[in-house]
Ligand binder design. Structure first.
Ligand code: HEM
Length: 428
């Protein structure tokens, strides 16, 4: 893998020792108790709002005000580490990604100012109200199809492969402009991407995922090249139009790399969002029934899901210079783990923070989409997908419920949270 400042996939830098005077703990998001219930673990650590995890080699920040301060100071705290694999890549995986034509560049979450702002200005236009209006009927139609598929599978069924995984994947593929005929191939290539950067894949798994990433990158390049000659009403064609008007404003490689990064950014996390929504709502029948009776409550209910059981529980930054976080002096190069989960359950911001309440007045003050210059570009799309999907499920399968007694298994990683399987049942 060729390493440049703007490489999409970096080989992580050497990390400095723990900041002096900072409490050191053995905290790790891979611990069984954290994977089962991160909120209980983090509640037990509220007396120490900033500490160093010797297991991760990261400074952990848990208070909303400190997390926000780091997000809002991109000069001091860079985001170049957000896509880095947590553990070193095996030689075999590195060899796969060393293919001379594997050369995506960092374009969004891990790109630094001033280029980040230039690229984001063009990318964000693609997430316009007009594009959302074009996508909404598609999302609704597919939600009905997938609800039918769930019914056809018979009660009980696993919600994840039948509904939660396909809907966001196919939505982002339509957004980009990929043809429906390639959906199955694309879903295969894009799966497990979260495990690569945020999990603990074995060497064999790393290599397998690296092969899929390479195949997917090559597909993206061919797809963008074909769109140059045959543009359509899609996001990729919009980006290519910007590039054509002024190649210095948005380079051709940046267009290819945006397409490459977007299907990762917008797929598995939304699958988790859909599953987590069902976990929260179906286990509180009265709240699910209220949504069935009054669908206008759905957007507020989903904000509470994002606060209470976010599909993203952390994000990363790195100190570009010697800095201070929550009064602790941190040397340049220190990796920082921002606990969005802890901030979203902070008791002095959210009353009875450990309770789920679709009527919570300030649920929208959660920090699950980040803050500042990198604020999630897909927030509107994620909200739209979940609103439509849940409305359709509440309307089409009102008796939907969780299968009692199932134990939910979450895949081990530092950032994303959602069940591998989610068994649901309904009245025949
Ligand atoms: C519930 C679902 C989602 C959650 C919780 C989420 C969360 C986040 C977070 C925490 C960030 C980093 C923000 C920061 O550094 O300040 C982010 C960035 C980003 N997200 Fe999302 N995301 C979701 C869905 C999506 C979707 C559906 C897309 C695209 C279709 C998307 C595209 C992006 C992009 C492109 C960035 C980088 C923005 C930038 O660097 O300027 N996300 N997201």
């Amino acid at each position: 893998m060729t390493q440049t400042e703007a490489s999409y996939h970096r080989v992580p830098d050497e990390v400095p020792p723990p900041p002096s005077g900072c409490p050191v703990t053995g905290f790790t998001p891979f611990a069984t108790d954290y994977l089962a219930d991160p909120y209980a673990v983090l509640d037990g650590m509220r007396d120490t709002p900033v500490f160093y995890s010797s297991e991760l080699g990261y400074l952990v920040v848990t208070r909303m005000e400190d997390v926000s301060e780091v997000f809002l100071d991109p000069e001091t705290f860079g985001s170049q580490n957000v896509q880095d694999p947590v553990f070193p890549l095996s030689h075999a995986a590195q060899a796969v990604l060393a293919a001379p034509d594997f050369n995506p560049v960092a374009v969004m979450s891990n790109r630094q100012p001033p280029d980040h702002g230039r690229i984001r200005n063009h990318t964000k236009r693609g997430f316009s109200n007009r594009r959302m209006r074009i996508l909404e009927p598609y999302i609704r139609r597919r939600s009905h199809d997938l609800a039918d598929a769930l019914l056809a599978a018979g009660s009980p069924a696993d919600f994840v492969p039948v509904f939660a995984h396909p809907l966001p994947g196919e939505t982002i593929f339509r957004f980009i402009g990929f043809p429906t005929s390639d959906d199955e191939k694309l879903k295969g290539w894009c799966s497990d991407r979260l495990a690569f950067s945020w999990g603990k894949p074995t060497e064999a798994e790393q290599t397998e995922i690296a092969h899929k990433m390479l195949a997917y990158w090559r597909y993206c390049r061919d797809f963008v090249a074909a769109k140059v000659d045959d543009p359509g009403d899609d996001f990729t064609s919009e980006l290519l139009a910007v590039h054509k008007a002024d190649p210095a404003e948005l380079t051709y490689r940046e267009v290819e790399s945006i397409v490459y990064g977007l299907s990762f950014a917008g797929h598995e996390i939304v699958s988790h969002f859909l599953s987590n929504s069902l976990i929260c709502l179906l286990s509180r029948r009265d709240q699910w029934d209220q949504l069935g009776a009054d669908p206008s409550l759905m957007p507020a209910a989903l904000e509470e899901v994002l606060r209470f059981e976010s599909p993203q529980t952390s994000w990363r930054r790195v100190a570009n210079v010697d800095a201070k976080v929550a009064g602790v002096k941190v040397p340049a190069g220190t990796n920082i783990f921002l606990s969005l989960a802890a901030a979203n359950h902070q008791p002095d911001i959210f009353e009875n923070a450990g309770e789920f309440d679709i009527h919570r007045h300030n649920a929208r003050n959660h920090i699950s989409f980040g803050k500042g210059i990198h604020f999630c570009l897909g927030a509107r799309l994620a909200r739209l997908e979940a609103t439509v999907a849940l409305e359709v499920l509440a309307e089409q399968i009102p008796s939907l419920r969780l299968v009692e007694g199932q134990s939910l298994e979450r895949f081990a990683n530092i950032t994303f949270r959602g069940p591998r399987r989610l068994l649901v049942a309904w009245d025949a």
